[in-house]
Design a binder for this molecule. Sequence first.
Ligand code: URA
Length: 183
Amino acid sequence: MDWDELIKIISNCTKCPLAQGRTNVVVGRGNRNAPVLFVGEGPGANEDAQGLPFVGQAGRLLDLALQSTGFTKEDYYIANVVKCRPPENRNPLPEECAACLPYLRAQFKLIKPKIIVCLGSVASTNMIDKEAKITAIRGKWIERGGVLFTATYHPAALLRDPSKKIVMWRDLKSVWDKLKTIR
Ligand code: URA
């Protein structure tokens, strides 16, 4: 499957009820050949309106944090576990995640990243360990099939609790340092 096919399939998807509430599907943004794949939870209102992930307040914070750690736009691609906005920005339900995950897997196969960074607990429980607690798993590295997985806080959590900013910055710096060693 290539990107055009994948985007067409996602755009026409009605596998779960989230499809009914969407304005746009949100597939991803960034370099499609990037070494690092960031995975969020699901689109919010701004993302639904623009069809792009992390373009609201949390996204601006993420972009700033990435820039200040040394990342350039070429280094990463950002996608979400679910491609349609959950109502009232609630967490996506397990069955919504399960319906949508094959699309993230297809993106993974096309991008072939060396590092996957889960942003927050929805991404971490779906990608790393279904029992994962973000406070326990963040900053750790897990290797699977030649791909390195790690997790950090979701940028929206930083808006609620700014004391987490420094922790996320350190986590992202460690991703940047890891990337330099495997490039
Ligand atoms: N939060 C997410 O998890 N993803 C987005 O795209 C925006 C906010």
